[in-house]
Design a protein around this ligand. Structure first.
Ligand SMILES: CC(C)(COP(=O)(O)OP(=O)(O)OC[C@H]1O[C@@H](n2cnc3c(N)ncnc32)[C@H](O)[C@@H]1OP(=O)(O)O)[C@@H](O)C(=O)NCCC(=O)NCCS
Length: 212
């Protein structure tokens, strides 16, 4: 069986490792992290080193990218994508519920945390994180690299573009479009479309400043 490495040994990596274990996937070989010293032991697993560990690997590897910031996640994935022996499985905690499995697509490298519920006709892009206890309603799309933090309620027909960060506890009204590279602050209630590259916060969510 192809071994699995978790890229990112920070808080999110420590949250994702138990998801991988709960799925009964092949043994986790360890973490890969560019900032945490090689040899550090986390949840009984070693930090094997930084990017070079993967770049120098010879055999097939499954990699789960455990990085919440969409832009950082995207740049790491772009580097890893040149390594054709690496595959990116999608990861879904056994307690997450996908109500109509045939109509819900999970892109490669997507992660769905414990207790989240996806109803029907949903398109989840590649490397999307849907963290714990989030609901995603009918006919939603979530663009590549976007990260949805814990406890969000995303109503039906919401379109979230690429590389969006949705903070913890956000609610989004049905039919809303959230533009690429935008940030929705934690606890916000989104009742209007969100412009690309903007930061919105509050109840109701209003633009705070440019995200550039
Ligand atoms: C929106 C966000 C990105 C802004 O971060 P920031 O640019 O560092 O903003 P600051 O903390 O400097 O705050 C700037 C102002 O915005 C306000 N603000 C920040 N986040 C807010 C939020 N979520 N709701 C309402 N107001 C918010 C602050 O009160 C402050 O107001 P002031 O200028 O009147 O004092 C951040 O607060 C946020 O919500 N991030 C998501 C966090 C999250 O979900 N983490 C989950 C981890 S699992």
């Amino acid at each position: 069986m192809t071994p699995l490495v978790i890229y990112g040994a920070g808080g999110l990596g420590r949250e994702i490792a138990p998801v991988v274990k709960a799925m009964g996937l092949p043994e986790i070989k360890g973490f890969c992290d560019d900032y945490i010293p090689k040899g550090t032991i986390i949840q009984g697993l070693h930090v094997l080193g930084g990017f070079e560990v993967l770049a120098n690997a010879k055999d097939q590897l499954n990699v789960v990218v455990a990085i919440g910031n969409p832009n950082t996640k995207k740049s790491v994935v772009e580097k890893l994508s040149h390594l054709d022996f690496i595959k990116f499985p999608s990861i879904i905690h056994p307690s997450a519920i996908v109500m109509n499995k045939r109509s819900v697509k999970l892109g490669m490298g997507a992660v769905v945390g414990a207790g989240s519920i996806l109803t029907t006709d949903i398109n989840v892009g590649s490397f999307v994180l849907i963290n714990i206890n989030t609901t995603v309603g009918h006919d939603c799309t979530i663009g590549d690299f976007s990260s949805i933090m814990p406890g969000c309620n995303i109503s039906g027909q919401v379109q979230i573009s690429e590389s969006v960060l949705i903070g913890a506890g956000v609610s989004i009204r049905n039919g809303i479009k959230v533009g690429a590279q935008s940030v929705v602050g934690m606890g916000s209630v989104v009742v209007q479309d969100v412009d690309s590259g903007s930061v919105v916060v509050g109840v109701p969510a209003r633009q705070k400043k440019s995200n550039n």
